[in-house]
Write a new protein. Structure first.
Length: 473
């Protein structure tokens, strides 16, 4: 049996600049299938790395003659791309089995199968074991109803089997299958964070988050759990990718990268093994403050960039979002601590809450200016399927844009009580224009002693991000 994992052609989030990441999700699935299933021929097609357009991809699928295709489908804005891959496969050969998964399809499995007849199976939730069982079922003719965590059609009826329990020990998973894209490893890059000559790889140190923010897809997808790999396993994985594939910049894809004794051990192992790397993570402000004594070691081990969720200074909105551990003083102290330790701070802010007005969004802009992170990323509150906000917005008929491709946090999907969607879009443009249009900040960034601050602002000066945002309305 030949199984083809496919990363479809796509446009990446231009707010983060130019980048081509390795297709981490399908690399983890491909590695697991390779380890657990005999007599399966596995191949990964990465359209970005290959430079494929849709015609190129179609020709590639024809030449590979797969029995099964599994397109990447992590986020809502990429749903149409996954469906298009499945549609192309069925056009080439209706007997090709098409399998999709990820957060959107897990949240709306029945609706997705009704909408996309070209999709045969939806894998809900954590995919490794379920995919393996689906492949074995197809090979051996087992009963579909015996496979946990899938949604499929049977006699014009859509069936969902019970959920599958989460994998108890993440250390038991094989390393991601970077060998499937070995020839492309030098082509993966992230321009904002590292020079194109520095190969870029993704590392997963944990899955899920124990918090329960109302707008986040991670909590429902991972059932509000947080499972961690051991420091030894994480650094072993980094070392393998570093030595075998030459990657020197690592993105921790963890939704909740804890700063604690485990992090300290990770840093110790990186330093002990002499791994000359740079790395990025997403962290919580309260964790940084509680463990500020770790920051010098974290920076010495190669951490150069942290992503922080500031959201807003409005305590009522933070409470409505169930955002704990963050307020103005905590956010300000975090930015200062990271700057003191030479770590780049990227902060995210959210506009478009139901109660937002032009005045409240101006207060948020002033807050971002006062907080002064090295980089500010402003996002529109987006009702992602599976979240509490989606259910509330759906019940109240707030959702005006049902084009999944626009669910990217830079398109306004809902109005507020006082602002139209177009006005919310205009406010987003003003947020970016005010922050990055500040000449003092620009000059300070371009001339900064911090290499990452300096390179980022020099890079942003060459991009038309503000103009592209203006073109959205």
């Amino acid at each position: 049996m030949r199984v083809l994992f496919i990363e479809p052609p796509k446009d990446f989030w231009f707010v983060m600049g130019q980048y081509i990441p390795p297709p981490f999700g399908i690399l983890t699935l491909a590695a697991y299938l390779e380890e657990k299933c005999n007599d399966v021929d596995i191949k990964v097609i990465d359209s970005q790395a290959e430079g494929f357009n849709w015609t190129d991809l179609e020709n590639k699928i024809k030449s590979e003659k797969p029995d099964v295709i599994a397109p990447s489908g992590l986020s809502t804005c990429n749903v149409y791309l996954s469906a298009r891959v499945a549609q192309i496969a069925k056009k080439i050969d209706p007997k090709i089995i098409t399998i999709v998964g990820g957060q959107h399809f897990s949240a709306l499995p029945e609706e997705s199968l009704e909408t996309y007849p070209e999709i045969d199976y939806i894998i809900r939730g954590e995919g490794e074991e379920t995919l393996k069982e689906v492949i074995e079922m197809i090979k051996n003719g087992k009963e579909k109803k015996d496979v946990l965590g899938i949604t499929y059609r049977l006699n014009n009826e859509i069936i969902s089997t019970p959920d599958r329990p989460l994998i108890p020990d993440l250390n038991s998973l094989p390393y991601p299958g970077y060998h499937f894209v070995k020839k492309h490893m030098n082509g993966y890059y992230f321009s904002l964070m590292a020079d194109k000559s520095v190969p870029f790889a993704i590392i997963e140190g944990s899955r899920g988050c124990s918090y329960n923010c109302t707008y986040c897809t991670q909590s429902p997808f991972w059932k509000q759990t947080h499972r961690q790999k051991s420091p030894e396993r994480i650094v072993d994985e980094i070392e393998k990718i570093y030595t075998q594939f030459g990657s020197k910049f690592f993105w921790f894809t963890d939704d909740y990268f804890t700063l604690d004794k485990r992090t300290s051990k990770i840093c110790d192992l990186i330093l002990e093994r002499g791994l000359e790397i740079s790395w990025f993570c997403q962290a919580r402000c309260d964790d940084i403050i509680k463990n500020s004594e770790l920051l010098p070691k974290i920076r010495k081990s190669g951490n150069v960039w942290m992503l922080l969720g500031f959201d807003t200074s409005d305590t009522d909105i933070l409470k409505a979002f169930r955002r704990t551990g963050i307020n103005k003083s905590v956010a300000k102290e975090t930015v200062e601590l990271l700057r003191k330790n030479g770590i780049f701070s990227q902060g995210t802010f959210i506009i478009g809450n139901r109660k937002d007005t032009k005045e409240s969004i101006q207060i948020l802009r002033d807050y971002a200016d006062w907080l002064d992170p090295d980089l500010a990323t402003f996002m529109v509150l987006t009702p992602y399927p599976g979240t509490e906000i989606f259910e509330k917005a759906k019940q109240n008929n707030w959702i005006e844009d049902k084009n999944w491709a626009n669910y990217d946090m830079i398109h306004a999907i809902m109005p507020t009580e006082t602002l139209s969607r177009n006005e919310v879009q205009e406010e987003l443009h003003r947020c970016y224009n005010d922050f990055f249009g500040n000449w003092s900040r620009r000059y300070r960034g371009i001339t900064s002693d911090n290499l990452y601050v300096r390179r980022t602002y020099q890079y942003l000066a060459k991009q038309a991000i503000i103009t592209r945002l203006q073109n959205l309305f």
